[in-house]
Design a protein. Structure first.
Length: 685
């Protein structure tokens, strides 16, 4: 930790007492203008080895997008630090072409596309003295703000993931570090999808080594037509509002950029219109979009009755949980008390930034809900599938929080009149009609959920996961028939059936091993080679999904790295290329050629990746044979873990190769444990 403007100077003292020879130090342009240049000057004077990464994003985006005080350009910064003795200096940007002949920069400055950042950092890591990278790219949060005000270009291009092809390897998250890549649960496992409402159009996710990415050029994201609730409102009675003799405290928790602060402002304005006292304190953290937000709203009969603006421990009367993770945080739980507090919770699972770092990260929604219920009692917790209903009814997920607001008011948890709330929404002046409709749909859901379910324009399916073994096997056998032929499907069914009979023979009370084999043996047989990727793009399902999500006149471009057409980068990895609409026709031809798979005419089958995949099938079948010979009840849990190893081998090309290496080490350890149990049994006897 160091003070603002002291970034990097702590390394001056530390560097002499560590084996580390060099460090990188981030420095925002706002901090640089403020006093960061002094830290750079001190580092040069101390002759330490450090690279300053100056983040030139032209706004203080983490605290609300305020303009940076100062008018220095990237070129002027380069000349300034060059005069201080910084060498070398590199400019990294997503638009290198905008600089032209870059005459404004200091001598020796080089300009690079951001995809070269890793190579540059590897070189600077071994460079003595003080060096710098000026990273010139407007912050994603600031881009969104300006686009809302039509002050920033909004390119007619969007990224889309074909989940049929996706392997859930997580390389797209690694390449982009973006929280708009979200999990999508399917019968064939967790896949990835792009939250189009949160996408900042950075497109770096497309660089992930995966053929599932396409870009949609032109058109627009399709939004459903809002369903008008007016004809149902006459059936909805007005609720009894809670008393507020001693004041009334409301906690609002959610995600930045989704309207949490706005709901608090609307409540405060409604209280003001009624002549009541009100205060709101917003904690927005370091991220205005995607970070946790907590609003403390305090209401009283008069302003003089209000004391502290923060809600004390166990003092909240009502918590409106627009996001369950934030609602289950320590700060939110601190304000709850059994016998006093009540909670309305959005049951949708919104992934956190941990999902970017861990491809298998999951939100333990059951535990969060249990913790809240433990604090207030189950009868005071109301779980609402608000995101599903609001999106279906209003055509946009942004309506979710206003829907919850209406739900909470109809349940009698908010001591403000309907007239004052509606007037406050009007005074807010943004999407007035849509917000009022969302609020009213929330009221209807609270009063009679059946009316909402009947009004949904189409059923919105949740996680599609089969649970019965016969269904799991039948689904995958049908898939394998389409993938190759009936012979492959029969081979699959026979193997699973042998394991099922083995479990019965050993009198094992569940079929967990059979399920693991059914899912993982299928993964190995249905490998996504060139023929299968082509089939999954051209069997009609991909086109239907594109049409469901996009409207208008648009074109599709594919982003792939065909081994016969792509060059390799410095690391020896194939480079992805962009292909136009003609690729779709080529894929149709390739899909029809899948009968060549495994024959002497299969030119793709000779690659190292395909040979590895064939070996994995042989090894897995050998493992199943081993189970048939040596499995005992004592070994069942280790056997399940071994049978599930293929679920960890994901991705394409070098990504799959790396996951194969990691899973092989795990497999060896599990095999040793499996066979060691034979020795333990002999010793015991």
């Amino acid at each position: 930790m160091t003070q603002m403007g002291g970034e990097g100077v702590n390394w001056i003292g530390q560097s002499a007492f560590t084996g580390e020879k060099h460090i990188f130090q981030n420095l925002g342009d706002g901090t640089y203008y403020h006093s960061g240049l002094l830290a750079i000057r001190q580092s040069v004077a101390a002759k330490i080895n450090i690279t300053y990464k100056i983040l030139y994003n032209d706004a203080i985006a983490m605290t609300g997008g305020q303009p940076v005080e100062g008018t220095l350009t990237a070129g002027q910064i380069s000349r300034q630090i060059h005069a201080e003795g910084v060498r070398p200096i590199h400019i990294v940007t997503d638009e290198p072409e905008k600089y032209g002949n870059h005459a404004d920069f200091a001598p020796g400055v080089t300009i690079h596309h951001r995809r070269e950042l890793d190579d540059i950092q590897r070189k600077l890591r071994d460079s003595p003295g003080v060096s710098a990278v000026i990273y010139d790219q407007t912050c994603a949060s600031e881009k969104r703000r300006r686009r809302k005000k039509n002050q920033f270009p909004d390119p007619p291009k969007r990224a889309f993931i074909n989940d049929l092809v996706c392997e859930a390897c997580g390389d797209c998250s690694t390449a982009s570090n973006c929280v708009s890549i979200i999990p999508q649960e399917t019968e064939l496992g967790r896949k990835r999808a792009i939250d189009q409402s949160g996408c900042n159009k950075d497109y770096s996710c497309v660089d992930g080594f995966c053929p599932s990415f396409v870009t949609v050029h032109g058109g627009s994201v399709k939004k459903g037509s809002p369903v008008n609730p007016d004809q149902l409102m006459d059936q909805i009675p007005l609720p009894a509002l809670p008393p507020m003799d001693d004041g009334y405290d409301i906690m609002i928790t959610g995600i930045g950029g989704t309207g949490i602060v706005t709901i608090g402002q609307i409540m405060v304005m409604a209280a003001h219109l009624e002549g009541k006292g009100a205060s709101v304190l917003d904690f927005t953290g370091f991220a205005q979009k995607g970070g946790s937000v907590i609003s403390y709203l305090r209401l009283a009969k008069t302003a003089r009755d209000l004391k502290a603006v923060r809600i004390g421990t166990g003092a909240a009367d009502f918590l409106l949980g627009c996001d369950m993770v934030v609602a289950g945080s320590r700060e939110a739980l601190r304000t709850l008390q059994k016998g006093k507090s009540s909670v309305i919770l959005n049951s949708q699972k919104n992934q956190t930034a941990q999902f970017v770092l861990n491809r298998d990260a999951d939100i333990h929604d059951g535990l969060i809900s249990h913790n809240i219920s433990h604090m207030i009692g189950e009868d005071q917790l109301d779980r609402v599938d608000a995101a599903r209903m609001a999106t279906a009814l209003m055509g946009d997920s942004i309506a979710t929080n206003m829907f919850l607001f209406g739900y909470g008011w109809q349940k009698g948890r908010i001591p403000l009149s309907l007239a004052a709330i509606l007037r406050a929404i009007q005074l807010n002046g943004v999407a007035i009609k849509s917000n009022i409709q969302s609020f009213n749909w929330g009221r209807i859901a609270a009063a009679d959920m059946a009316l909402v379910e009947q009004a949904l324009p189409h059923p919105v399916k949740g996680d599609a996961t089969l649970t019965i073994l016969d269904d799991i096997v039948a689904y995958r056998a049908e898939y394998l028939t389409d993938y190759q032929d009936e012979a492959l499907a029969r081979r699959y069914r026979d193997r699973v059936e042998k394991i099922r009979l083995l479990e019965k023979k050993l009198d094992i009370q569940n079929d967990d091993l059979s399920r693991a084999v059914a899912r993982n043996y299928f993964r190995l047989l249905a490998v996504k080679d060139e023929y299968e990727v082509a089939r999954l793009y051209t069997n009609g399902e991909f086109e239907r999904k594109i049409r469901r999500q996009f409207d208008g006149d648009f074109k599709i471009r594919f982003h792939m790295a065909p081994p016969l057409l792509s060059r390799k980068d410095r690391k020896g990895h194939l480079r992805k290329r962009e292909f136009g609409g003609w690729m779709f026709r080529a894929l149709k031809i390739l899909a029809r050629m899948r009968g060549l798979r495994g024959t002497i005419f299969d030119i793709f089958g000779r690659t190292a990746e395909r040979r590895m995949e064939r070996k994995l099938i042989c090894d897995y079948e050998y493992l199943l044979n081993e189970f048939e010979k040596t499995l005992t009840r004592e070994k069942i849990f280790t056997a399940i873990a071994l049978a599930s190893i293929p679920s960890e081998i994901r991705g394409f090309g070098h990504v799959k190769e790396e996951s194969f290496k990691i899973s092989t080490k795990k497999s060896i350890a599990l095999l040793q444990d499996y066979h060691s149990r034979d020795k333990h049994m002999v010793t015991a006897q």
